[in-house]
Each structure stands twice: as structure tokens, then as C-alpha cells.
Design a protein around this ligand. Sequence first.
Ligand code: PLP
Length: 420
Amino acid sequence: MTRLSKLTSRLSAETAFTVLARARALKAGGKDVVELEIGDSPFPSTPAAKAAGIRAIEENRTGYGPSLGLPELRAAAANAVRTEFGIDARAENIVVASGAKPFEQYFAEAFLDPGDGVLIFSPHFPTYEPNLERRGARAVLAPLRAEDDFRPTADAVKAFLEHDPRPRAIFLNSPHNPTGGVATREDLAAIANLVRGTDVVIFSDEPYCHMLWSGTHASIAAEPGMLAQTVAAYTFSKSYSMSGWRVGFAVADPRVVETIGLLINTTASCSPPFVQIAAAAALEHDHATRDEYMARFRRKVERLSTGLARIDGVKVRQPAGTFYVFPGVQAICDRLRITSHGLALFLLEAADDRFGVACLGGECFGAAGAGFLRFSCAEDDARIDQALEFLPRALDRVDRVKSFLDQNPQFKLARPYGAA
Ligand SMILES: Cc1ncc(COP(=O)(O)O)c(C=O)c1O
């Protein structure tokens, strides 16, 4: 057997993609599955983006481009974050890549050395830790609490700065996947006041910047002086339903932008020009469709959270942002003696032979997520209703839970979560 690196033995995958593959395999075998596991959009990519992308291919914009991104997209992106979020950005503050996710790796490679401490509020997006692993950096987890509306606290940042032997970076994600929590301007100002002028850098992951269900989006990069020590990542995946195009950008200090450009130059070379032209068109012409999509997502989130709240044993907090609902199911798990991840797989695979609901156990986002499920709004309303109708019936199928646990003892709940 060929020997693989130590790094690969420690890498873990984003579980949503694993459950997606399982759901698709069951569907291929004839099962009817409502897919609420992956954070994707049921809507088509916005129209100006599609038209511009097709035109660009026809005009043969299909060769290499600059590693930092096309000038027209960098200018349009700077304009967008300046006017929408108050970030003092110009084109030289922007670097383009294939979505928001690659910036986790570029950030780690640009700033982190082995042993550096990185504060992550948890539950958290599952690829943060593998990307720290690439550089041998250390994840320091601080809990996000339902009673704080899942908002990051300055107290946790203060404790990290005071007690960690080598504090170097903080990962923020607002609006937050999976909890739907949103950091307020005041939360971010308090955190900025603690780190401003220190050697600590911030990765601000903001893919859901247009999915706020009250108030307006705040970025720590807009706080005075903070652009100098922040990399804020944005994507077209969620706002413009363009996840498969793989395009996003980051806002940072020009020196950091140049460094990330070097990392791109030595790996991906560049993002495809025709994709970037489509993205620039989205920024320039697709605001109305984007806003209409966001309104539809909002109604879906309300539909899903209201429906879930009616189910016995489910505790729902209306998400302040994102298209996820993150209900507490501790009481159900304790009653059925099953872990939340086990419960998610039961609903998909074993609750019924012909019908299933795909969602994720909260522990896919770290141990702090145990006792919760994450549902996305990735399906039509009628399908969401079908899932809501199915769930209470599935949760009553105690005999099926028992045989599922007999076959999969790893999902037996060793100690009750203790429903709060
Ligand atoms: C918190 C967070 N960061 C990054 C990403 C990745 O976004 P993209 O598809 O643009 O790479 C996602 C996607 O679900 C996300 O939820």
C-alpha cells in the first residue's frame, strides 16, 4: 500500500457532503428522500450571471487570468462591500478564489505557524479545523450558547488573549452556520477593541451576509482599523445561488491580498475568467433577484422553524440569519437513547422503507453541537411540508429505532443530554 502523509490521516470531510452522497444513493435505489442536509439553494443562479457566463464562453474568455482575479470583478466586489457593509475597500483590497472555503486554507497558510492558537466559536463549520491542521496550528474552541442567541462573546476572546500561550487568530462566522446566530455591530466592536493593534488576525467568514432576518449585516472588517488585520470571505454560492460555479472573494489589506495571490498562483493559478465575468454581472445587475430569493428563503426558514416547533420534544429558536434551522432535540434523543447524529441517520435510512428526511446531527459541527439537528431549506415548500408531516410519525417508531440501534450500536446515547 502506498504510504500517505500524516496530514491526510487527520483530515476529516464536511459531513454534509457525506450525507448528501448517502441520500443520493438511497434515491438512486428508489427511496423518496427530502434533502435538507446540504446548505444549497433550490433556486437557479441569478439571470444576469447566467447570461454573462454563457456569453463569456462564447466570446472565448476561457484562458488563464490574473491570480488575484479579473480587475472588473475586483472593482465590483470592492464597491459592493463598501456600499453595503461600510468596509473601506478598493480593488487592491480584493482577491478572488473558487468560493469562500479556499480562503480558510489561504488564511492558514498566510498567517499560521505550527503551535499557533486559533479561537473558534463552536459549533463551527467543519472545514476550519482541517485547514488549521494543514499548518499544525491549534484550534481553541469556545462554546456558542443558545441563551446568548449563539453570538460570539468578547469575554471568550478576552480569555483566549489572556490565557492562550500563543494566541494568533480568531475565526468569526456571522450569520452563523449551523446555529443561525448573528453577531451584532456591538458584539463585533467589543471584539475589535480587544484585538486592534495586536498580532492577532481575524478570519471573518461571511457567506450568509445577505441572509439576515432582521437588522443589517455587520462585518468586523468595517470596524475602525480592522481591515489591516482581517481577512473577510464572501461567496456567490448563497446570495446568487451560484454554489456550483465556485466563485467568491476576500477583502483584506493589500499586502495580505498579494500574499494570497501568491498562494493562488502556486496552486490553482487563477479562477476561470468566464465564471468571474458571471460573478461581476451578478454584483452589477442581479440585486433584485437576490433580494427576492432572500425573501423566499426567509419564508422557508419561518415555515420550517414554525413546523419543527410544533413537534413534541423539539426546541426551536428562530434563526436570526442563514437558511438553517438548528433545533434542540435533546428530549427526543434522551427518550430514544440515540445520539443526534444517529437520529439524523435514522430519519434518512431506517424510519421508513420508502421515505426519508436527510438532515445533519449537530455533532457534525463539533461536540458543542450534540443534541441538535441542522435542517437547511434546500427544497421546495411542498417538500418541506412533507418532511414536517413525516417527522413526528418517524419519531414514534420506537421499534424501528431499537433495531436501528441494534445494527448501529455506535449511535447509542451513553449519557442523556439532559433536556434543558
Ligand atoms: C460557514 C461557511 N463557510 C464557508 C462555506 C463555503 O462556501 P463556498 O461554497 O462559497 O466555498 C460555507 C458553505 O456552506 C459555510 O457555511
